[in-house]
Design a protein around this ligand. Sequence first.
Ligand code: FB9
Length: 497
Amino acid sequence: MSTTEELQTLVLTILDAKGTIPNTKDLITSDNKEVDQLALLGALKSLSIADKEMVKYETIEEEVWVLTNEGNEIADKGSHEAKVFDTIPVGEEGIAISALREILGETAKIGQGKAFKNKWVIKNGDNLVRAVDSIIDQTRIDLEVIRSTGTHSDQKVLFELRKRKLCDKHKVISYSVSKGPKFSLTIEKQARDVTFEMLQSGEWKTANFKKYNFDALGIPPSGGHLHPLMKVREEFRQIFFEMGFEEMPTNKFVESSFWNFDSLFQPQQHPARDAHDTFFLKDPAICTQFPTEYLKRVKEVHSIGGYGSTGYGYDWKIEEAQKLILRTHTTAVSSFMLYNLAQQKEFKPVKYFSIDRVFRNETVDATHLAEFHQVEGVIADKGLTLGDLIGFMNTFFNKMGVKNLRFKPAYNPYTEPSMEIFSYHQGLGKWVEMGNSGMFRPEMLEPMGLDPDVRVIAWGLGLERPTMIKYGINNIRELLGHKVNLTTIQNNPICLF
Ligand code: FB9
């Protein structure tokens, strides 16, 4: 393959000789080879850039029909149907189809059909017999025309032969070249930098410097890339900060069953608390550090109730509460934060949020892994109502570009009333479950020491679904895990809700 320099010289020499090059596809290199037009483009570009202007060139786009390998085979040796005809002996007897297959192999099968269609042969029992004395192998003729001219006078022939995968239409790019205002046979090497020598010699005053190409793309800085999930997380964080929320510390994946379940008034025999749904730790298996008075009140409200509640009426065991687990929701952190809030002398309204990993021992499928990121908003203030919760969620989701929410009554052990959140997703053309929400139960809040008229509303959603929808990812394994295609991570656009 000729180098750019060789191609530059070739172009300049011919221009000098002939003045123009009507079509570079007719160019032949010094070693008598066809010129690679793509490489030539590089040479033409370097000779015609802003401050060189040695040549000018126009792009020529041509549609050329080119034979496939099979097409070339037929143009060289004849069509399958012609071979079938030629193989059948003259006379009534003809030849057995099986024998024909023996002799011609695949060609027999393809050729037989076409030979029939051309009424060149007829069937007689299991034999094929010539139906005409001689034939014209039009297919071969047409293919030879296409090979030598790059087209055919009859478009129908082109499309029919393309259908038989014997030829195909190609776009051929070439150029017409002419001399530029600064045409010369010698390519002046342009200075790219002011060197010490130049400064010393003063040559910098006269040197012909290569102009800066401000459009040149710099080398993409190699650096880290935020995973799409982390980009969407950042978007959510900005929404919460805009709404005056404070971020909760979620850097502890290991939680006690007490804060993850018991403090949330989730009974110890609740199915979510068994190993099918929750990852329990073997070592360390338990923690024993709890606010003693508060723990007593939690034991009480679970076993005998209080604060207007009947409780669950079962024998609450501290051993169960001590078990260490991988948190199943960041609501465990919300509970801890609300308990601390209750310890403040003076109650002040708060708005908390958390976005971090939670772990559930679930069967992994296309949209579920054993861990996901929970996004949670919690607001504590006196006299808050369900209307406030719906209002806050509308504001929150609208900032994500999610409009017209619908709320469906739901159940959580720690909220009453509870609602699932739905939104009609135009792109998906269906109602999508966006998350869950509710008002924390007095059995959760009052044992903490919060004033009875303090209401706490909360809602939660995942990070994975919005990220998959935003980046058009259908299988969670493309988002997380060893199958993730790193280039999509590197090149995925910033996420703007
Ligand atoms: O994220 C979910 N859906 C969703 C969210 C946003 C979204 O954005 C689109 C770009 C516009 C699209 C979809 N879900 C919650 C709904 C479903 O995906 C659900 O199948 C999976 N859920 C997870 C739990 O799965 C076991 C998502 C996760 C979830 C569910 C509930 C909560 C948090 C996360 C909660 C809560 C809660 C309730 C009351 C009080 C406090 C917290």
